[in-house]
Design a protein around this ligand. Sequence first.
Ligand code: HEM
Length: 411
Amino acid sequence: MDTVVSRLRSFWKKFGIFFTDGYFWHVQRRFTLRYMRDSGFGRRDNVLEDVIAHNTKEVMNIVINGPQTIEEKVIVRGDLIYLPHFFAVPFINGLLHIITGSTFPRNMYPDLWYLAKQTLLFQRSTNDLGGALIITPWLKSMLPEFSGFKGLSNGNQALLDFFEVIIKDAIETYDEKYDRSFLDIYIRAMKEDMKQNKRSTYSVQQLQLICTDYMFPTATAVEMVLTMLVEQMLMHPEVQEKIHEEIDRVVGRDRAPTLDDRNKMPYTEACIREMMRTETPVTLGVAHRAMVDTKLGGYDIPKNTSVSVNYVSLHMSKDIWGDPESFRPERFIVNGKLQVSSDKSLPFGAGRRLCAGETFARQGMFLVLAMFMQQFKLSTADGKPLKQASKRIQGIITTIPEFWARVTPRY
Ligand code: HEM
């Protein structure tokens, strides 16, 4: 879709993966998926798993051994953790490993928390359809705060700045003799394609937008799903007890959970699935434009019409789920095993525009949650039972306000 929101992200041009289409989108999406795969994206990869596990341990160590800096105290205070940002680092460093071949060490985690904060600001400053700015773009100058323009610009600028520095360094130190990371592979392809093609789809700005597009959900959506699951556990202690029971039975206490345990831990996996069903993260998906005149469900859709999918109606259908309002992970478990075929939810969309990060997100969420729950018991900051879910903030993704939760080491 070509809107003021998509344009303000990308130098008022059409770059990236989310909001491009046609030949440009096809070439650029295929290239990123093909070459990021070499670093473990979209598949099972031991090195990527180690990166996510190592960073999860580092973040948990801030609680176990106490914060060492003022910045760490913004995320951890005694036995209180600040959500969702507490969960951000393993995902962000996982993606940085894929894109840049390196990660930020603990003394630079504050930069990643800042990135997560600004990205969340962007997510909350509009909605799936672009909010008021889409219909009345002039609001951006007259009411920059009210229209969300300021939050969108500031949040987006943080992402652009973050990757501008990284990409500049990669270009300056580029050596065509060997590829250090996905960035080098892209730079080489860009140089070659630009020589051959006057209208190349590759460019430095496009690379910057690829990085921001992949980082955007990595720094917000995955940690928000886990955060909402924490809220569920605070409201329904039996969910937490069942996850603990499963971890103790399958993994024990002498080693950390790994992705090998995912098949053997159907309840934990089902909780993540049920969380994304009951609280659809991207309620109306990403709007796309019809490329040609077409028909959909008996309706004529003229070329250039904006089309959105209402995933909430699917996830809340009484016909499909029977009791859609209940948080009931057991619905996905048959004879003690996760039955993926019984999961008719589509939190990551479907078809050609299927979320490019589904595998990365699902694997990462399982690993971070399992490691976290093995170590800690959760309770509310004030020690009182949580009776009511907090208000939902409908932005591009569904979020809840940041909050502190109490964690007690289990052993
Ligand atoms: C809980 C986590 C996530 C959810 C629920 C989610 C959901 C979605 C949905 C619904 C779409 C739109 C599909 C459509 O256009 O029909 C999408 C697109 C996309 N997602 Fe995700 N996503 C998540 C995490 C991630 C992560 C971690 C990444 C990157 C590492 C990612 C990268 C993308 C990209 C690049 C697209 C655009 C694909 C395209 O238009 O070709 N997502 N996602």
